[in-house]
Write a protein that binds this ligand. Structure first.
Ligand code: ZN
Length: 119
C-alpha cells in the first residue's frame, strides 16, 4: 500500500494545539480549513429524546462538544447535535462556553442534580 507523503500541493505544517487529536501539524492539508485543530469529542447521550432514525437504523440522540481552533485563531468550543431526523453544529467562544457551564450548574442546583440529591 502506497503511503501519502507531503508535496508542494500541501500547505506547510502548522503548530498544533496541545489537545489536537491529529497533533502532527496537518502536513497533508491543501486548504487552511483542513489545518484546524480538533480535540477529542465528549459525547452525552440524550436519553429523553426520541430515537434518531437514519440510513444506519435508529440510535440514541446525542450532543458532542469538542475543542477547536483555526490556524492562528483563538480556541473555541464546537458542539454537534444529532437529534430527531436532523443534525446541526455550532460554535462558542470560551466565554460563551463558560457561561453555558454556569447556566447548567445553576439549573442543576435548582433540581438538586449538582449535589446528587434530586429535588
Ligand atoms: Zn492540529
Amino acid at each position: 500500500m502506497k503511503s501519502i507523503e507531503p508535496t508542494d500541493k500541501h500547505l506547510p505544517a502548522v503548530r498544533c494545539a496541545s489537545w489536537c487529536e491529529n497533533g502532527d501539524g496537518h502536513p497533508l492539508a491543501a486548504f487552511v480549513d483542513e489545518q484546524a485543530c480538533w480535540g477529542v469529542p465528549v459525547r452525552t447521550e440524550l436519553s429523553t429524546e426520541d430515537l434518531v432514525r437514519d440510513s444506519d437504523g435508529q440510535h440514541t440522540p446525542y450532543l458532542e462538544v469538542f475543542a477547536h481552533r483555526h490556524v492562528d485563531g483563538a480556541p473555541t468550543v464546537r458542539a454537534h447535535v444529532q437529534i430527531g431526523n436532523g443534525e446541526f453544529g455550532f460554535g462558542m467562544t470560551i466565554a460563551e462556553a463558560l457561561a453555558l457551564r454556569t447556566g447548567l450548574d445553576a439549573v442543576l442546583d435548582q433540581v438538586g442534580g449538582a449535589s446528587g440529591v434530586i429535588a
